[in-house]
Design a protein around this ligand. Structure first.
Ligand code: ADP
Length: 148
Protein backbone atom coordinates (compact mmCIF):
# COMPACT_ATOMS: atom_id res chain seq x y z
CA UNK A 1 0.00 0.00 0.00
CA UNK A 2 1.20 3.52 -0.87
CA UNK A 3 2.62 5.83 1.80
CA UNK A 4 3.14 9.60 1.92
CA UNK A 5 4.99 12.01 4.17
CA UNK A 6 2.86 14.77 5.70
CA UNK A 7 4.25 17.52 7.91
CA UNK A 8 2.24 20.07 9.88
CA UNK A 9 4.46 23.16 9.68
CA UNK A 10 5.28 25.40 12.70
CA UNK A 11 2.33 27.74 12.01
CA UNK A 12 -0.08 24.78 12.02
CA UNK A 13 1.29 23.58 15.37
CA UNK A 14 1.25 27.11 16.89
CA UNK A 15 -2.31 27.69 15.71
CA UNK A 16 -3.62 24.47 17.24
CA UNK A 17 -4.53 22.82 13.94
CA UNK A 18 -2.87 19.45 14.65
CA UNK A 19 -6.04 17.63 15.72
CA UNK A 20 -8.11 19.11 12.89
CA UNK A 21 -5.55 18.06 10.27
CA UNK A 22 -5.04 14.55 11.64
CA UNK A 23 -8.82 14.18 11.80
CA UNK A 24 -9.20 14.94 8.09
CA UNK A 25 -6.74 12.21 7.09
CA UNK A 26 -8.19 9.74 9.61
CA UNK A 27 -11.80 10.33 8.61
CA UNK A 28 -10.95 9.91 4.93
CA UNK A 29 -9.84 6.37 5.74
CA UNK A 30 -6.05 6.69 5.58
CA UNK A 31 -3.93 4.90 8.19
CA UNK A 32 -1.48 6.70 10.49
CA UNK A 33 1.83 4.79 10.29
CA UNK A 34 4.23 7.30 11.87
CA UNK A 35 3.90 10.41 14.06
CA UNK A 36 6.26 12.68 15.95
CA UNK A 37 6.55 16.27 17.21
CA UNK A 38 10.03 17.43 16.28
CA UNK A 39 12.08 20.61 15.91
CA UNK A 40 14.54 20.39 13.03
CA UNK A 41 17.76 22.36 12.49
CA UNK A 42 18.87 24.34 9.45
CA UNK A 43 20.87 21.58 7.75
CA UNK A 44 17.97 19.13 8.12
CA UNK A 45 15.47 21.64 6.71
CA UNK A 46 17.84 22.38 3.81
CA UNK A 47 18.06 18.66 3.07
CA UNK A 48 14.27 18.28 3.12
CA UNK A 49 13.84 21.21 0.70
CA UNK A 50 17.05 20.54 -1.33
CA UNK A 51 15.10 20.57 -4.64
CA UNK A 52 14.13 24.21 -3.95
CA UNK A 53 17.62 25.47 -3.02
CA UNK A 54 17.83 27.73 -6.10
CA UNK A 55 14.50 29.46 -5.39
CA UNK A 56 14.53 33.06 -4.12
CA UNK A 57 12.28 32.09 -1.18
CA UNK A 58 14.54 29.19 -0.06
CA UNK A 59 16.19 30.94 2.91
CA UNK A 60 12.86 32.25 4.18
CA UNK A 61 11.33 28.80 3.76
CA UNK A 62 14.10 27.18 5.82
CA UNK A 63 13.76 29.88 8.54
CA UNK A 64 10.00 29.20 8.64
CA UNK A 65 10.39 25.42 8.96
CA UNK A 66 12.96 25.67 11.78
CA UNK A 67 11.00 28.38 13.65
CA UNK A 68 9.15 25.91 15.90
CA UNK A 69 8.11 22.30 16.30
CA UNK A 70 6.50 20.47 13.37
CA UNK A 71 4.41 17.30 13.35
CA UNK A 72 5.92 14.71 11.01
CA UNK A 73 3.66 11.88 9.87
CA UNK A 74 3.49 8.86 7.61
CA UNK A 75 0.02 8.20 6.17
CA UNK A 76 -0.86 5.05 4.23
CA UNK A 77 -3.61 4.13 1.77
CA UNK A 78 -4.59 3.72 -1.86
CA UNK A 79 -3.36 6.74 -3.90
CA UNK A 80 -2.52 8.55 -0.65
CA UNK A 81 0.16 10.74 -2.31
CA UNK A 82 -2.21 12.25 -4.89
CA UNK A 83 -5.29 12.27 -2.67
CA UNK A 84 -3.25 13.72 0.22
CA UNK A 85 -2.22 16.63 -2.03
CA UNK A 86 -5.90 17.19 -2.88
CA UNK A 87 -6.82 17.23 0.82
CA UNK A 88 -4.01 19.77 1.40
CA UNK A 89 -4.90 22.05 -1.53
CA UNK A 90 -2.87 24.25 -3.88
CA UNK A 91 0.51 25.61 -2.70
CA UNK A 92 -0.73 29.21 -2.65
CA UNK A 93 -3.68 29.45 -0.23
CA UNK A 94 -5.11 32.24 -2.41
CA UNK A 95 -5.74 29.50 -4.98
CA UNK A 96 -6.57 26.59 -2.65
CA UNK A 97 -10.19 25.48 -2.90
CA UNK A 98 -12.44 25.86 0.14
CA UNK A 99 -12.65 22.48 1.86
CA UNK A 100 -8.93 21.88 1.48
CA UNK A 101 -6.66 22.39 4.49
CA UNK A 102 -4.86 25.37 2.97
CA UNK A 103 -8.12 26.71 1.52
CA UNK A 104 -9.74 26.61 4.96
CA UNK A 105 -6.86 27.62 7.23
CA UNK A 106 -4.23 29.68 5.36
CA UNK A 107 -3.79 33.07 3.69
CA UNK A 108 -0.14 33.46 2.62
CA UNK A 109 2.04 31.06 0.61
CA UNK A 110 4.84 31.38 3.16
CA UNK A 111 2.49 30.31 5.99
CA UNK A 112 0.58 27.49 4.32
CA UNK A 113 0.32 25.21 7.37
CA UNK A 114 1.18 21.82 5.87
CA UNK A 115 3.53 19.87 3.60
CA UNK A 116 2.69 16.73 1.61
CA UNK A 117 4.96 14.72 -0.70
CA UNK A 118 4.36 15.49 -4.38
CA UNK A 119 5.15 12.00 -5.78
CA UNK A 120 5.61 8.40 -4.65
CA UNK A 121 9.38 8.67 -5.11
CA UNK A 122 9.69 11.89 -3.07
CA UNK A 123 7.46 10.32 -0.40
CA UNK A 124 9.89 7.40 -0.14
CA UNK A 125 12.87 9.77 0.22
CA UNK A 126 11.12 12.03 2.74
CA UNK A 127 9.94 9.10 4.89
CA UNK A 128 13.52 7.75 4.94
CA UNK A 129 14.83 11.21 5.95
CA UNK A 130 12.28 11.93 8.69
CA UNK A 131 11.75 8.38 10.00
CA UNK A 132 15.13 6.60 9.99
CA UNK A 133 13.82 4.37 12.82
CA UNK A 134 11.68 1.34 11.90
CA UNK A 135 8.03 2.38 11.65
CA UNK A 136 5.45 0.69 13.86
CA UNK A 137 3.83 -2.15 11.95
CA UNK A 138 0.07 -2.28 12.56
CA UNK A 139 -3.02 -3.01 10.47
CA UNK A 140 -6.38 -1.33 10.92
CA UNK A 141 -9.23 -3.66 11.83
CA UNK A 142 -11.71 -1.58 9.77
CA UNK A 143 -9.87 -2.18 6.48
CA UNK A 144 -12.70 -4.21 4.82
CA UNK A 145 -15.15 -1.42 5.69
CA UNK A 146 -13.09 1.09 3.69
CA UNK A 147 -11.75 -1.03 0.81
CA UNK A 148 -13.89 -3.33 -1.39
P1 ADP B 1 4.17 22.38 -2.06
O1 ADP B 1 4.47 22.58 -0.59
O2 ADP B 1 2.72 22.65 -2.37
O3 ADP B 1 4.66 21.04 -2.58
P2 ADP B 1 6.51 23.66 -3.32
O4 ADP B 1 7.23 22.35 -3.20
O5 ADP B 1 6.52 24.36 -4.64
O6 ADP B 1 4.97 23.52 -2.87
O7 ADP B 1 7.09 24.69 -2.25
C1 ADP B 1 7.42 24.26 -0.95
C2 ADP B 1 7.00 25.31 0.03
O8 ADP B 1 7.75 26.50 -0.21
C3 ADP B 1 5.54 25.77 -0.08
O9 ADP B 1 4.65 24.91 0.60
C4 ADP B 1 5.60 27.13 0.56
O10 ADP B 1 5.63 27.03 2.00
C5 ADP B 1 6.96 27.63 0.10
N1 ADP B 1 6.83 28.45 -1.12
C6 ADP B 1 6.59 28.03 -2.37
N2 ADP B 1 6.53 29.05 -3.24
C7 ADP B 1 6.76 30.16 -2.50
C8 ADP B 1 6.84 31.56 -2.79
N3 ADP B 1 6.66 32.00 -4.03
N4 ADP B 1 7.07 32.40 -1.77
C9 ADP B 1 7.25 31.96 -0.50
N5 ADP B 1 7.19 30.66 -0.16
C10 ADP B 1 6.95 29.77 -1.13
Amino acid sequence: MEQTFIMIKPDGVQRGLVGEIIGRFEKKGFYLKGLKLITVDQSFAEKHYADLSAKPFFNGLVEYIISGPVVAMIWEGKNVVTTGRKIIGATNPAESAPGTIRGDFAIDIGRNVIHGSDAVESARKEIALWFPESPVNWQSSVHPWIYE
